[in-house]
Structures are given as structure tokens and as C-alpha cells.
Design a protein around this ligand. Structure first.
Ligand SMILES: *Cc1c(COP(=O)(O)O)cnc(C)c1O
Length: 422
């Protein structure tokens, strides 16, 4: 259908071109519910594939180690200005290659190896880079971890305070990858102040919701905001670090020359475009629709008898606990994939099963909202999920194929940004 979109690629490397074309079909035809994924616009896609790729530009605008930066400086300065305007921050660094190196730069800026750092435990919904053991951040630093309450599935702020005051960590991370509820940045700020810690809000998942006013902003409460650009913010794969002026030098020095070499200028261009798009009224509407869709989907899933961690959602993300369904997360996720519904299996808090074979499925609404699905479609989505999980329990491949045909049908009516019409 779409190999001709990349004529040079097709003639040079037809094998690789065929993989890209197949991915375009897959992304067009499936219902993509992975909450960290999205569809970038055609404009972001174009900006990310430009000759800016060819340029080395170690340093920062106006302070480079290579010549010929006339245009690159303007690209990066524009991205920085747009980030500052959109999020209301003093300082923005748009060079981190992705969310994980952005977080590593924060450690480099404020901590020494062996220092105590604090974050949410990975199985509770935190991120690897918040001091979890298998990550460099958990082996080079001494990670102490907080979680959620067993009875509510919500962050236990009293326990966070007790741990912070007992451990006095250099850094405290708030935010995570599987948190369906609003983060109370003011509560974290109070705790960090008492403990004398630098507070980092890692808003990788919710940056687009914050930009669109659908989640409170951490900016007035924290020392550093770390975010990816490719999740709800709907930009290219990359990251940003934002802070008050007092931390600007430390952050910039940590990213370059501390951790990275030359920035990926084509990505910086894509980020600039995404930030421009995120400043439009239509993006505010998008962010609120993402949340409305998630709430409607959560309500429909509850009606179908699913257990949801914390009982629902405030944001774009839902964590389904399949403990009561006799179908573990991985089997459910793989069955959903065969039904054309793409999710990821995930641990749930206090999961009795192992991380590579956990009890949960994590879903979210950023991608389907980018295609224009709205609350009226969510009962149907919940019905598909319910039928697919039942089919997985029975090994009913025919039922999965039938759902896949229905999914493909609906998706054809909602073309995705950046993709050719299916
Ligand atoms: C996705 C994510 C990251 C890491 O981003 P990568 O680009 O995958 O390295 C970091 N922190 C949180 C909270 C995330 O959700």
C-alpha cells in the first residue's frame, strides 16, 4: 500500500522498505493501546527525517565546538523557546537522546556514585531509571523505593515521607510508567523540602496532558522536570530536561559534555514541531479527550467485571488486574495482539506472579484519541477486550480472528496521523 511513500528507500533497499511498509499497515489496522505510544503528525515525521541529521553540533546554541551552525542554532533555540513557553519554565534542555539518558543526566548533575536516591519501585509503577536494581541507577547509586497502598492502590504519601526522612536521599523521583492516578506534586515538594532532597518530576507519560491542561503541572513544585517527547506529547523519540535558572548550568553540563556528544538535530527539529502543535487549542482538546476516553474505557471495563488497579483512572492509563480472571497478563496480551489490540503485559502492585509473567495488562488512550475515537467508542473497545480475554481462557482462536476483523473495520474509518490511508 505505501512502499511508494519512500521511493528512494524502496529502490535502494527493498527488503528494509518492505518492513517499514508492513509496519505502516500494522499501525493503521490495529487498535494501539500501549499508553506510552502514539502517532506523530506528518509534520513531525517530516521534520525528523531531514538533512539536519547530517550536522554535528556539540555544545549549545551560540556556544558550539563545530562551525556551520547558522541553521542548527535556530532550530535548537526555537525548540528551547517553545518548551519554555509551553511548560512555563526558566530553562529547557532539548538534547537528551531519550528519557533514560535524560534521567541519568539528572543523577550526574546532582549526585555522586553511592549516594542514596529514592523513587517508586518498578513493580509498583515506577521506572527502571528511578533507582531500580537492574538499572545503572540502582547499581551505581543506593536506591530506596516507595510504593502504593495495598488497599487503595494509591501512593502512600505518609510512607514516602517516613522513608525520605529516614534516608535523606540526594534525589527523589516522582512519576512513573504505570500510574493511573494524578500525582500530588505539592505533597512530594513538601516531603523533599523536609528531607533536603532535590525533587525530580519524571512526567514522561503525562507531559502531553500537562501541556494540554489535563493534569496539574509540576513546574512550581519541583527542582527538575524530566520528560520524554514521544508519549502523550506526540513528538519524535527524544527527551527534555526543564528547570529553574539556578539549576540550568548543572543540567546543561550534565547532558553535554557529561553524558552525551552531539545532539540529534533532526530530532530537535521534530520536537520543535511537536511543541508548536502542543501549543494549539486543538491539542488542549486532545489532552482532555485522552482523559475522557480513559475514564469512559475504565468505566466500561469495570462493567465487564474487570478489576482495575486503584479502581479506575485520572489520566491516560489503565492497569487491568487479571488476578481474578484465570488468565495471566502475558497470555492475555498475546491473545489481544492476535485480536488486533496491542497492549503490554505488566506487573500489578503486590503481584503474586513473576515480572516476566505478571498478572496485569497496561492500556491507555493516547493513540486511539489521536485517531479521533471518542467516549462513545469505549464500550465497544471494552467489549473487545473482554471477549478477547475470555477467548484466551478458552483457547478460542476463531473468536480472536472475529474480533480482529471488527477492529480492522473500525480503524479503517479513523485514519491515523502520519500514516497513509489504509
Ligand atoms: C518512558 C519512560 C522513561 C524512559 O524513556 P525512554 O525514552 O524509553 O528511555 C523514563 N521515565 C518514565 C517515567 C517513562 O515512562
Amino acid at each position: 500500500m505505501s512502499a511508494s511513500r519512500h521511493p528512494a528507500l524502496l529502490s535502494t533497499d527493498p527488503e528494509l522498505a518492505s518492513f517499514v511498509a508492513a509496519e505502516e499497515v500494522l499501525q493503521a489496522q490495529t487498535l494501539r493501546l500501549i499508553p506510552s505510544e502514539n502517532y506523530v503528525s506528518a509534520a513531525v515525521l517530516e521534520a525528523s527525517g531531514t538533512v539536519l541529521q547530517n550536522k554535528y553540533s556539540e555544545g549549545y546554541p551560540g556556544r558550539r565546538y563545530y562551525e556551520g551552525q547558522q541553521n542548527i542554532d535556530r532550530v535548537e533555540a526555537l525548540a528551547i523557546e517553545r518548551a519554555k513557553g509551553l511548560f512555563g519554565v526558566d530553562h529547557a534542555n532539548v538534547q537528551p537522546y531519550s528519557g533514560s539518558p535524560a534521567n541519568l543526566a539528572v543523577y550526574l548533575a546532582f549526585a555522586k556514585p553511592g549516594d542514596t536516591v529514592m523513587g517508586m519501585a518498578l513493580p509498583m509503577g515506577g521506572h527502571l531509571t528511578h533507582g531500580w536494581g537492574v538499572s545503572a541507577t540502582g547499581s551505581w547509586f543506593r536506591g530506596v523505593q516507595y510504593g502504593v497502598r495495598a488497599d487503595t492502590g494509591l501512593i502512600d504519601y505518609d510512607a514516602v515521607r517516613d522513608l525520605a526522612l529516614a534516608e535523606r536521599p540526594k534525589l527523589i523521583f516522582c512519576g512513573g510508567t504505570a500510574l493511573p492516578r494524578t500525582i500530588d506534586f505539592a505533597a512530594f515538594a513538601e516531603i523533599a523540602r523536609e528531607a533536603g532532597s532535590i525533587l525530580v518530576a519524571d512526567v514522561a507519560h503525562i507531559a502531553g496532558l500537562i501541556a494540554g491542561g489535563a493534569h496539574p503541572s509540576p513546574v512550581d513544585h519541583v527542582d527538575v522536570v524530566s520528560t520524554t517527547t514521544h508519549k502523550t506529547l506526540r513528538g519524535p523519540r527524544g527527551a527534555m530536561l526543564m528547570c529553574r535558572e539556578e539549576h540550568a548550568k548543572a543540567i546543561d553540563k550534565a547532558v553535554f559534555p557529561g553524558l552525551q556528544g552531539g545532539p540529534h538535530n533532526q530530532t530537535t527539529a521534530g520536537i520543535a514541531v511537536a511543541l508548536h502543535e502542543a501549543a494549539q487549542p486543538s491539542f488542549t482538546a486532545y489532552a482532555h479527550q485522552v482523559v475522557a476516553n480513559a475514564k469512559a474505557l475504565a468505566a466500561a471495563l469495570l462493567q465487564k467485571g474487570f478489576d482495575l488497579v486503584s479502581g479506575g483512572t485520572d489520566n491516560h492509563l489503565i492497569l487491568i488486574d487479571l488476578t481474578g480472571k484465570d488468565v495471566p497478563g502475558k497470555i492475555a496480551a498475546k491473545a489481544l495482539d492476535r485480536a488486533g489490540i496491542v497492549v503490554n503485559y505488566n506487573t500489578v502492585p503486590f503481584d503474586p506472579r513473576k515480572p516476566f509473567d505478571p498478572s496485569g495488562v497496561r492500556i491507555g488512550t493516547p493513540s486511539l484519541t489521536s485517531r479521533g475515537l471518542s467516549t462513545e467508542h469505549m464500550p465497544l473497545v471494552a467489549d473487545w477486550i473482554s471477549r478477547a480475554v475470555d477467548a484466551a481462557a478458552k483457547g478460542d482462536e476463531q473468536a480472536l480472528a472475529a474480533i480482529r476483523a471488527e477492529v480492522t473495520d473500525l480503524m479503517a474509518a479513523f485514519p491515523a496521523p502520519g500514516l497513509p490511508l489504509s
